[in-house]
Design a protein around this ligand. Sequence first.
Ligand code: ZN
Length: 399
Amino acid sequence: MDPPKPEDARVTLVTSRNLVRASDAVPAHHRIADVRHGRGLTALPEDVWGGSDEDESADEDSADKSPERVRARKRRRRRCDAGRNEIVQALITASGLLNRVKVVEPQPASLEAARALHEDAYLQVLGAFEEASREELMAYNLVDDAAPFPHVLQHALWIAGASLCAAAELAAGSADIAVNLCGGRHHAGSSRASGFCFVNDIVLAAQELQRRFGRVMIVDIDVHHGDGTERAFLHSNKVLTISFHQREPGFFPGTGDSSCRGKGKGEGYNVNVPFTHESDRAAFLFAFEKVFRDSFAFFSPGAVVFVCGVDALKADPRGGLSLEAEDIVACTRIIRELCVDGPTRVPLLVTGAGGYDFAAAAKTWTRVVAELANAQSSLPEDVPEHEFFEMYGPSWRLR
Ligand SMILES: [Zn+2]
């Protein structure tokens, strides 16, 4: 892949092995993925959680110990055990995109940094949930999709640290675009976990961007309403939140009606664009382009945050919309054009969010990063051979 040209936006990808392992540690993610990829609980950073990819214990029950069979079993087990972010990172790497971006390794956020949004008592319970009563867990909604698991606080702080690192890259002027595909935990509230989200990295990063750039616009295309982010900025006219999502009876989280437009000073600075499972792709794209362009012109943001969930893809087991990867790439292009292709560059922070068909998520985010780095045309047409290659059949098309 060609190196970036001088006129291309400078893109930073915030990632590291420890971040990927920490963010892949949500057991419930794996229960969803069980449908497609078998069982699996993946490990967290080795320095905290231990464990090794070379553990052969699962091979003990097999009679065939030939090196080739053992290697094949290891590869198969790795695919079953791998988490989404590991699969995403592997495809981005195999596609040659790391030549087009700067990679920056994050650190976990401090508790003090998390307190910029979250109540201390909530963080304390997250850090010691084994000692909490059932009532306490219920009070913080640490149940169901937000049930705590070992090292959940570290998991959340790694994700938050990566989005704060992305914000710092933008604030320092080191990048035009900074990406944390492990981020986007838009359901978490100040003292409330929800839907796999424990610490809201979007809110923490947006607060940092606000300090440096004044007005911040957050645009969220995850199939679920960005309720935690909305709540944090409901009264603010300095942060404009826009959420495109599915909304119909029984669909999580149940909020996000178009009549919810902000409160007090923030009236008019919260935009909800709901769709139903009957909405088509064209309607989504039309609404996205219109609302994004109009809001950008009206608000004139100093920085933009794009919460690029991919669970609105047709293939996703959790969503009910029918987007294709190229629709999400098209949204990305519209944002990139307004933020960094114009005469004045507006710093852009991009996070991941939901996405539960792991292969579809990996392909889409690889194309999103390529679009941000102006490298779509140099992406290979087929998924390159790499560790998780076999997940991409039967077509193996990347774009
Ligand atoms: Zn979602």
